[in-house]
Design a protein around this ligand. Structure first.
Ligand code: AMP
Length: 426
């Protein structure tokens, strides 16, 4: 069931997967409807601040063009307001004004620079005008549709919109991993009307790596979990306990575990609802024979501030008025020793408040260890962990850095992701 079906061999070749990939498609003379992730960070005037996601899609885009196909690209951008739900004309006007900054034009401009011309941006997502423009395309042409989330049918996975989108392409390619955990018209509904739906290069790589972790990991398999709340990651922890040899827990969530073990945690982050969960996890780990590592020492601060006073304390040593913001030096040593023994590591969540230099040491130590270990397959979850690794300039040194925060978490939860399940079986 679920992602376990996305097999990957020892060298993680796409050929081992049981879903179609872009390389299985004959795109010559075909219209390729491709869902990409152009949800880029923007400047205040709407221009593109960081084009990493556009660059990342170029491999699939260029593949189609080099093989004589035409591209109809669709993506969402930001979180547009819903003018149809406005309660007054004034409110409606405001929403429309804000939404104007989420039009895809600046993205099209950047894409045009990157591919050297040939990009037409349309002001609609579907309908007769779009169909006419698509009908007039020549091999190598690229059309970028308007922000899919401008259409009320997108997030509702509206069958009518799905059918309209499907009319635009002969085949469908999914290359937006950040959106495959959502059943939307452009990620899932549309595939119901396509004869062939395949994973693009980005999505195929994600499927290969996470599929490997879930179905036949290299062992020892170590998972590192951090971040803020235990409650957010219950499902991941439960699923990982069935998979991993060692589970390393750091970050804000570790204090809820310490509390569950009866230690004082001062003003550290506490997830009340997570205490019972933590107790169950501790019991389940020992029952399943999973090694569970928690911090032995902590960098505490007297305020949530980079300039706060700090000291290092052992287990149970966090006094009232102090809060744990990073793992301590002994913990770094223990965690790193466990990680060094691994053949495969999957990491989700920073082990400290890495956004502040004084509490980033633990996260940096783990990132540097993974980056320097050729013998370890390192899989970095999206979101904050990917941001941390990128901040240290180590992304290229990891085996895989996921492009989807929510999607990579749901993969690790063992869930079936609608946008992946919808792809055509080989
Ligand atoms: P998440 O989105 O759940 O992965 O949480 C990531 C966030 O957890 C980051 O912004 C970190 O700064 C934060 N975090 C990590 N360790 C701690 C900590 N000890 N106390 C408070 N926040 C933390």
């Amino acid at each position: 069931m679920g992602p376990a079906r996305y097999r990957a061999g020892p060298v993680l070749e796409y050929a081992d997967m049981d879903k179609l990939t872009i390389e299985d498609l004959d795109v010559k003379g075909k219209r390729v409807l491709m869902r990409v992730d152009f949800n880029v960070p923007q400047n205040e005037d709407g221009t593109v601040r960081d084009d990493t996601r556009i660059q990342a899609a170029l491999k699939s885009i260029n593949y189609v063009r080099d093989n004589g196909g035409m591209l109809i690209l669709m993506s969402h951008l930001g979180r547009p307001g819903k003018p149809e739900k406005a309660e007054s004309d004034e409110e409606k006007a405001k929403i429309i004004k804000k939404n104007a900054l989420l039009k895809m034009d600046p993205v099209a401009d950047r894409l045009r620079e990157l591919v050297g011309g040939n990009v037409t941006k349309l002001d609609a997502i579907a309908g007769p005008e779009v169909e006419a423009a698509v009908a007039a395309m020549q091999p190598g042409d690229i059309i970028l549709l308007e922000n899919t989330r401008f259409h009320p049918g997108e997030t509702k996975n509206d069958p009518e919109l799905s059918a309209q989108l499907a009319k635009l392409g002969d085949v469908y390619v999914s290359d937006a991993f950040g959106s495959v955990h959502r059943a939307h018209a452009s990620t899932e509904g549309v595939t119901k009307h396509m004869s062939q739906s395949a994973a693009g290069f980005l999505v195929a790589k994600e499927m290969a790596f996470f599929g490997k972790v879930l179905s036949s990991p290299d062992r020892p398999l170590v998972a590192i979990l951090g971040g803020a709340k235990v409650s957010d990651k219950i499902l991941v922890i439960e699923n990982l306990l069935n998979l991993v040899d060692t589970l390393v827990i750091g970050g804000g969530m570790a204090y809820t575990f310490m509390k569950a073990q009866g230690y004082e945690i001062g003003n550290s982050l506490l997830d009340e609802a997570g205490i019972e969960v933590a107790k169950k996890v501790l019991a389940a780990a020992s029952e399943k024979g999973v090694e569970l590592l928690l911090p032995e020492d902590t960098v505490v601060a007297d305020a949530f501030d980079n300039g706060a006073n700090t000291k290092i304390v052992g287990l149970g040593g966090i006094e009232p008025g102090w809060q744990g913001l990073d793992i301590g030096p002994k913990t770094i040593e223990t965690f790193c020793a466990a990680i060094k023994k691994a053949k495969m590591v999957v990491w989700n969540g920073p082990v400290g408040v890495f956004e502040m230099d004084n509490f980033a040491k633990g996260t940096i130590a783990i990132a540097e260890l993974l980056a320097g270990s050729d013998g370890i397959v390192s899989i970095i979850g999206g979101g904050d962990t990917a941001a941390a690794v990128k901040q240290y300039g180590l992304s290229e040194k990891m085996s895989h850095v996921s492009t989807g925060g929510g999607a990579s978490l749901e993969m690790l939860e063992g869930k079936e992701l609608p946008g992946l399940a919808a792809l055509t079986d080989k």
